[in-house]
Ligand binder design. Structure first.
Ligand SMILES: [Mg+2]
Length: 247
């Protein structure tokens, strides 16, 4: 045994990851996509102050949720008929939708350290899964666009809508482990949300890693402390090597 190998390492059968603000910066991505959409709408004929239109869009997302489908129509409703005078409003909405989707193609990328560490993990023995909340097809599409599927264990990808429990219901995490025939004491969950990712997993007996890098939960505190707190995935790799003997 070499000097830097711990005498006792914790057993680890699987690592599960959250997607948003864990694998990529959802907040930065969404901001860029929204700005790109408003700019495209203005180019297509929308008569509005850019800052005002962006403010309305942000409010609409807050009021109607990010999964509501008529965001850009609502922006036009709020700005009033004079904002689209002389133009077909459907064309202006379409310009926003197209710009939003092209930003998606361009900007939806994992952090560099996430890519490198997932690639490394794929060469090690623990299973690599996902437990993600949100609309199934949207979350699945993110995994495809993020280009990390090849590093994940296909049978270990779970979306809350399909499992039938959402975060932070601890039954979500319990059910995933039942399906995978895994025990919580041998599993690790990595997420950014203290109350939806870390607290329920702690209560279920998992080891937990809170990634605190960006996003709307970065300043929040949960009821319990994560086993580890990291800033990037290189720190995760060091923990996996030193405390879990992953190599
Ligand atoms: Mg998240």
């Amino acid at each position: 045994m070499t000097e830097n190998t711990h005498a006792v390492t914790k057993p680890l059968d699987a690592i599960f990851f959250d997607i948003d603000d864990t694998l990529f910066s959802t907040s930065v991505f969404a901001d860029k996509a929204r700005r790109g959409a408003i700019d495209a709408m203005i180019r297509a004929g929308l008569r509005a102050d850019r800052a005002e239109a962006l403010r309305e869009l942000d409010e609409i997302i807050a009021e109607f949720s990010s999964n509501y489908s008529g965001h850009f129509d609502k922006v036009l409703d709020r700005l009033g008929p004079e904002s689209t005078e002389g133009h077909n409003r459907a064309v202006i909405v379409a310009a926003g939708v197209v710009a939003y989707h092209s930003t998606k193609w361009r900007e939806l990328k994992v952090y560099d350290d996430v890519y490198e560490v997932l690639k490394w993990l794929a060469s090690t023995s623990p299973l690599r899964g996902i437990i993600s909340a949100g609309i199934t097809i949207k979350q699945a599409e993110k995994l495809v666009r993020l280009e990390v599927l090849e590093f994940l264990t296909p049978s270990a990808i779970f979306f809350t809508d399909q499992v039938g429990f959402s975060k932070p219901n601890p039954k979500l995490y319990r059910r995933v482990l039942q399906r995978m025939k895994l025990s919580p004491g041998r599993c690790l969950y990595v997420g950014d949300n203290p109350t939806h990712d870390i607290d329920p997993c702690n209560r279920e007996g998992w080891s937990t890693v809170r990634i605190r890098r960006s996003g709307r939960h970065a300043a929040e505190e949960g009821a319990t402390k994560p086993t580890y707190e990291i800033r990037d995935f290189f720190e995760l790799r060091r923990i996996l090597q030193s405390d879990f003997g992953v190599s």
